[in-house]
Structure formats: C-alpha cells, structure tokens
Design a protein around this ligand. Sequence first.
Ligand code: CTP
Ligand code: CA
Length: 222
Amino acid sequence: VQAHFTPKLLVGKKILITAGATMEMLDPVRGITNLSSGKMGFALAKVAMHMGAEVTLVYGHTTAAQPLVTHAFHASAASEMHATVMHHIADQDIFIGVAAVADYSPVLTAEQKIKKSEETLTIQLKRNRDILAEVAALPDPPYCVGFAAETEQVLEHARHKRLAKRIPVIIANKANTALGSDNNSVTIIDETGEYPLSSADKTSIASKILTHLYQHLSSFNN
Ligand code: CTP
Ligand code: CA
C-alpha cells in the first residue's frame, strides 16, 4: 500500500503478532469461536513488514487476506495458539496480542458428532490460559501490547486490563464497530498517557500504532 512512504523504523526488530479468532471444538464438526476477522492483526503485520521488522504471525480463524510475513503459523484452539506463541517468543522485541483468544474451552471434546436428544444441553467449559499475561510475566519479556475489544466502558475496561495483565500498552477499541470492519478507531493507553486515534482504515491505524510504539521504545533505548 504505502511501501514507498513507510520509514524503515523497525529494521532489526522482531515482532510476534497474534491475529484472528480461536476455535474451541465441541465435536469434530462444531466449535465455539467469535467474530474477530483478523483484519487488525493482519494490518499490523503488513505494516510492520513495510517498516522493516522481522514479523512472526500466529493466526487463528480469519476472513481477511493473509499478508506476506517472515514466519506464519496457523493455530486453531486457544491452547494451540498458546503453545505456538510460547515456542517462538524467545528473543522477540515486541509482542502484540490482537487475536480474540477464547477465554474458555470445553472440558470434553466429543470424538464423534454430538447427537441431539434432550430439550436443553449443558456444556461445561474451563478457563484457558492467558497468553498475553504469560508472555508479560516471562523473565525477560518483549515489549507487550494488548488489544481490548469492549462493548461498553471501553476505556475503563482497557485501563484495568493493562494493569491486571501487567503490560506496558493496551489498545482500546469498541468491539461492535471494530469487529470485521475495514475501519477502526482506537485509543492507545500506555504509561505516558492516552492517545486517541480517530477512525481510519486499519492499515492507517496500524501504521500509527507502530510509529507510536517505535517512538516509545526508542525514547527508552537511546
Ligand atoms: N488474550 C490472550 N489470551 C487469552 C485471552 C486474551 O492473550 N486467553 C489477550 C488478547 O489477545 C488481547 C488481550 O488479551 O490482546 C485482551 O483480551 P480481552 O478478551 O479483551 O481481555 P480478557 O483479559 O480476556 O478479559 P475479558 O474477555 O473478560 O474482558
Ligand atoms: Ca477475553
């Protein structure tokens, strides 16, 4: 898109990005997922490549066109995404968790297709591990960036998540307008303040986010 105009600010930086939705299988043909399209994560991956980074993309279920990146790994279930991220996290400079990771998965996945019988069916779910919080808790963690898609009290929830997960940056966005859309309006929240970015296509938003991260990182490293 804007390859010619993108400054190569991220040359020599390794960035791992998760994108898309996870899928928790109930039986061989059914699963629990969500409406994440993968567009925001893919836009970040694409722009990070234009900026010269070495990009590792761990992607779940998506409806968007996959960008060309340095390394790409598909992960379906949250547990798979967790394992894939942990396997590639060493020596990453930046981790951006954009994936909508399932918070719960079925206690049991049926080996055969579940047959209907009673009027109601109860499915027991168990909590999944929090990939972002675990990456942030590593001994020498990459610079961690979370995404909070909220339907209400967007900034309040996002601020709380940044502190609860002990991550330096969270990007707040409104789930109902962001999900699946080509546009997004977000607020970057970090330890220096809150930076609203007005509604724009996800590529422009991605480029503003990465430039912000770069400026923040270089003010620490230099
Ligand atoms: N995340 C993750 N692993 C999980 C759940 C979430 O890595 N098991 C990451 C997401 O990729 C995102 C951030 O955590 O970057 C926030 O996800 P979100 O679902 O908004 O927050 P939760 O902490 O799961 O809180 P809740 O869903 O209860 O609002
Ligand atoms: Ca969640």
